[in-house]
Design a protein around this ligand. Structure first.
Ligand SMILES: C[S@@+](CC[C@H](N)C(=O)[O-])C[C@H]1O[C@@H](n2cnc3c(N)ncnc32)[C@H](O)[C@@H]1O
Length: 297
């Protein structure tokens, strides 16, 4: 795991060592259910996170826990296992150059369209604890304080229901409310409770709808998006899973729509993908459809 995407969760002392076969079973579930690629380098991290879960459930050891995961007909503990394995690091206005581009280039024509009664749709795919979609909402509200009254909506999705609950709650430590686009951005947060947490205002929250969605399953959304953020998500998938997503994002975008990826993610190869690179990890959907015979490297 790179420093940039390191997880802040403190490591739990391990119960015992995860055996090779147990580790492979966990990696197989992660790959099948979420497309997550778990290399040997992540073994200690997996062992530590699983230890916490196994203890919380009162299981004697990893073997007992894995047997219960594999035989649970409801699939509930399988989903909980995926939740344990996902990395949810995020922050407000992360990779700020994308927000600069939104402000200068992407949003102004979309806001003009909304002001003329048109529809604008944005999607934060892999939204984690909500900082990304809320940052987008804050920027829209800064550019158009009346945006709430227009047909402008942000869909925020993630595979992990636990992190989505946190996102919906919209409460953060004060030190997380940083990197705001302007000092005036502070108005999008209010202090809550004696615990000193700050929460995003109802104006910001009302622009975002959260839903659980596995990117490797069907996408039920019928309307096209003008902008998709899928940042620091596909880095956890293997090459085939990544490549399977580019044509799906292409199809989900309106013509001229934008796709933003994380700093170490790329559409590769770009030839025949139906996208054009417009800035650092910022892509724009061309007209037409992707070339099915495009090279696959
Ligand atoms: C590191 S966070 C990225 C958050 C945000 N996009 C950002 O850049 O700050 C990665 C998120 O991807 C989600 N994720 C992983 N696999 C997924 C899948 N198959 N479908 C949907 N979301 C997934 C994880 O649950 C996690 O919340």
């Amino acid at each position: 795991m790179s420093a940039e995407i390191a997880d802040p969760r403190p490591e739990a002392p391990a119960l015992q060592s995860l055996s090779d076969s147990e580790f492979r079973r966990v990696a197989a579930i992660a790959s099948q259910d979420a497309g997550l690629m778990i290399s040997d380098a992540k073994r200690m991290m997996v062992q530590s996170r699983l230890s916490r879960r196994v203890r919380a459930l009162g299981c004697a050891d990893f073997a007992t826990y894995l047997a219960s995961v594999e035989t649970d007909p409801s699939g509930e503990e399988r989903r909980a296992l995926i939740s344990v394995l996902t990395t949810n690091v995020s922050s407000f206005f992360r990779e700020s150059h994308h927000f600069d581009m939104l402000r200068s280039t992407v949003l102004p024509p979309l806001i003009d369209r909304a002001k003329s009664g048109g529809r604008v749709r944005l999607w934060s795919a892999g939204c984690s604890s909500g900082q990304e979609p809320y940052s987008i909402a804050m920027l829209i509200l800064e550019l158009d304080p009346d945006a709430r009254a227009r047909d402008v909506r942000i869909l925020a999705s993630d595979i992990d229901p636990a992190i989505l609950s946190k996102a919906r709650a919209g409460a953060y430590r004060p030190e997380d409310a940083v990197n705001l686009p302007s000092p005036a951005g502070r108005r999008f947060f209010k202090s809550v409770g004696a615990d000193g947490m700050v929460s995003v205002t109802s104006d910001v929250r009302s622009m975002v709808s959260f839903r659980a969605l596995n990117l490797h399953s069907d996408w039920p959304m019928k309307q096209k998006f003008d902008v998709i953020f899928c940042r620091n998500v596909v880095i956890y998938f293997d090459g085939d899973r990544q490549r399977s997503l580019w044509p799906r994002f292409h199809k989900a975008l309106s013509q001229g729509g934008w796709l933003f990826l994380g700093h170490s993610e790329r559409i590769h190869p770009i030839e025949g993908s139906g996208f054009t690179l417009q800035g650092v990890t910022a892509y724009r959907r061309d007209g037409g459809t992707p070339d099915p015979n495009a090279p696959r490297r």
